[in-house]
Ligand binder design. Structure first.
Ligand code: GLN
Length: 193
């Protein structure tokens, strides 16, 4: 049986992540309740609005189950999902999950330009630029030394990896380029590509 990747389906482009995972040959399902984490081998937290996701996680009693899931399973977080993965956030309305040791800065790339697409270089595939979609995207600071920076934008980290967890400032699901999902699945030994 193929491994199963859950996609937190509270808000945001969760269907796009599901499509991308399936295009990479993985099985994927929506996660809205804690019991739906059963049977998942990994999880994606999509973008959206981190203040809202934070509230919804508390309301739906998913906060603690997600924290313990992340101790034994890989988690990918994109944009607001990256903010939720952090240990600390520059906005007291967000209670992050503390999955990776860094501090998230909300809307770091969103002040002048609301959203933009830019080519970045992935350090596992340097020859081919990746079209990164930034939508009021978070920045990061206070990274612990054991975090691997897999991509930067203007000299600042925008893609972080540690122990199979992956956090991205941008939205890898909003392009036709499957390389990031495919790389992550392979990296966490769920890949079929
Ligand atoms: N700016 C949003 C936040 O702070 C994130 C935006 C996104 O996920 N595209 O939560």
């Amino acid at each position: 049986m193929n491994k199963m990747v859950g996609v937190l389906a509270m808000q945001g482009a969760y269907q796009k992540h599901i499509d991308m995972l399936q295009a990479c040959g993985a099985r994927a399902k929506m996660v809205r309740y804690a019991r739906e984490l059963d049977g998942c081998d990994a999880l994606i937290i999509p973008g959206g609005e981190s203040t809202t996701i934070s509230l919804l996680l508390q309301k739906s009693a998913l906060y603690e189950p997600l924290r313990s899931f992340a101790q034994t399973h890989p988690v990918m977080g994109a944009c607001a999902g990256m903010i939720m993965m952090a240990e600390a956030v520059d906005d007291a309305r967000v209670t992050p999950l503390g999955i990776m040791p860094f501090r998230a800065l909300r809307n770091h790339y969103g002040r002048q330009v609301h959203s933009f697409v830019t080519d970045i270089s992935l350090n596992f595939d340097e020859g081919r630029p990746f079209p990164a979609v930034f939508i009021r995207a978070p920045g990061v600071e206070k990274l612990s030394a054991d975090i691997n920076v897999l991509a930067e934008y203007k000299g600042e980290p925008v893609m972080l990896e540690k122990d199979g967890h992956l956090a991205l400032s941008f939205h890898p699901e909003l392009t036709d380029d499957k390389r990031i999902h495919a790389w992550w699945l392979k990296h966490i030994h769920l890949g079929t590509l």
